[in-house]
Ligand binder design. Structure first.
Ligand code: ADP
Length: 174
């Protein structure tokens, strides 16, 4: 399932199979792999990804780092560390920062396309309604003032998450 809203696209599926300039990994601060999308990306990219990540020495929550994509169809992986959801005022600030820092890295590297999973909305417990709005609002703000990246994909892993993103995108782009 796929749907287009200008420069933003929604895709139902597996982010490890998407052909873009960069896929974003919902990593943890160690950058040494984990469960969920992080495990899937490392498995698909192969052991060289872990080797490059090890040399980075970690990443703060809300920040991002870029590596090669190795065996992935994507040329690069942008690793960002989302907040664990606590319902604190900091949570939305840190989650928005993940999207912004990832987009800044894509722009700095001249990348035309980037694909995001629903950062923090799995093991880290962020409610999908709030998480999707932060994702969409932050990406739309960035695209308003930046020609790169040209295309931003949200790759959702369930029908429910796809529907939540679609409803909000329909509302804000109407
Ligand atoms: P976090 O720890 O930041 O919450 P998770 O990996 O647990 O990260 O989950 C983030 C989102 O990514 C969840 O919605 C999860 O269902 C989804 N996800 C897991 N595997 C994949 C995949 N291969 N492609 C796209 N999304 C995935």
């Amino acid at each position: 399932m796929q749907e287009k809203f200008g420069r933003i696209e929604l895709l139902l599926g597996d982010i490890t199979r998407v052909e873009v300039d960069a896929v974003v990994n919902a990593a943890n601060r160690s950058l040494l792999g984990g469960g969920g999308v992080d495990g899937a990306i490392h498995r698909a990219a192969g052991p060289s990804l872990l080797e490059e990540c090890r040399a980075l020495g970690g990443c703060e929550t809300g920040d991002a780092r870029i590596t090669a994509g190795y065996r992935l169809p994507a040329r690069h992986v942008i690793h960002t560390v989302g907040p664990v959801y606590h319902g604190r005022p900091d949570d939305p600030v840190l989650l928005a920062s993940c999207y912004r820092r990832s987009l800044e890295l894509a722009r700095q590297h001249g990348l035309a396309s980037i694909a995001f999973p629903a950062i923090s909305c799995g093991i880290y417990g962020y409610p999908i309604e709030e998480g999707s709005r932060i994702a969409i609002d932050t990406v739309r703000d960035f695209l308003d003032t930046n020609p790169l990246p040209e295309r931003v994909l949200f790759v959702l892993f369930s029908n429910e998450f796809f529907r939540v993103y679609r409803e909000y995108l329909q509302r804000v782009t109407a």
